[in-house]
Design a protein around this ligand. Sequence first.
Ligand code: NDP
Ligand code: MG
Length: 386
Amino acid sequence: MKKIAILGSTGSIGTQALEVIRQHPERFEVIGLSTHANANLIIEQAREFKPAMIHVTDETQAKEVKSALKKSSVKVLTGADELDALATDKNVDMVISAIVGFAGLKPTIAAIDAGKDIALANKETLVVAGDIVMDMATRKEVNVLPVDSEHSAIFQVMQGENYDKVRRLILTASGGPFLDTDVKDMYGVSCEDALKHPNWNMGNKITIDSATMMNKGLEVIEAYHLFKIPPFKIEVVIHPQSIIHSMVEFDDRSIKAQMGLPDMRVPIQYALGYPERLKNKLPELDFTEYSSLTFQKPDLEKFPALGIAFETIRRGGNFPCIINAANEIAVDAFLNNQIGFMQISKIVEQTMESATPVVNPAIEDLINSDVEARGKAKEFIKQLNK
Ligand code: NDP
Ligand code: MG
């Protein structure tokens, strides 16, 4: 029995992780669950999976959850430190890190520090603090198992292979809902249009990141830290069908790809079951339904966020942390109709250019850079709306 805690169990990844666990009751036991403020869903999840504890960030919602579950033995926690307590509990073997954004960083670091294996969906953890997190994971002998489909694909392809022999990592990208939209029409796209992802059903933030291709940029940074491959060996190719989840080319020019229907339950299950492959009842891929798999170059004029992300790896230090923070603020402003779609990457770029660089940042420096970048991004948004 692998004992699991899920940070962000009420989200898109969290609920799909619970579906995987539901299919394998003999393998996995849920010890802890967490939500920001979705009282109803976490009450339902607690009743079904009977974890020892759950965490609710919002204190009012936490009270409601406590009262609804008062007859059960589940402990209801609230407050930031208590989320760390859930992630580090002595009975937990593996933590699924599925909170969205910078908020996922602290409990993930706490879990690694406590020696827990990590199934990592929260890519922002590696974007913000990849060096620190991966060093700590090595020291603590913790497995960081990718949940992100591209990174799971590369990780699966690399089983039995040597990272020294990698010539190129080729990350595939769907291109999102605006792949065929003319760049001049992208200034006026609505929130609703941007939230219509062609292949994946995900939380709002990552769906907007997919539309700007910032998601792919963040994934390049994630791959750089996870696999220790330099950025000049990492390529992005648009593959609108999302059947090939990523590829690795080796020194002998042989390329291995990992394929399947776009369904996050596959990479989630691989991370949870690793090193074993578990059976499941998911739909099978019928190749005859895909008469062509196509590929194209990303257009950096339409998707400047991708170029910005590569630039932050070149600059190093706190720059990835800065663009992550600015992006979270800009995406939020777009979702609240305060800025236009193309202004998201503009705000991110402006924030990057005005940031105070820190070389070899410690966690405290990154926390400060995050706060500073959020403040600046908000200022730029205000100026736009004057
Ligand atoms: P969702 O928005 O669907 O879910 C986020 C989860 O985190 C929810 O449980 C939410 O609680 C909780 N949460 C949000 N903010 C906070 C906070 N400040 N403190 C504590 N908990 C919080 O996101 P996704 O599941 O789509 O994404 C999660 C992560 O996985 C992201 O980093 C994303 O990039 C990554 N990822 C997602 C994929 C997908 O298919 N969805 C694919 C690959 C990676 P509440 O329900 O109360 O809001
Ligand atoms: Mg991905």
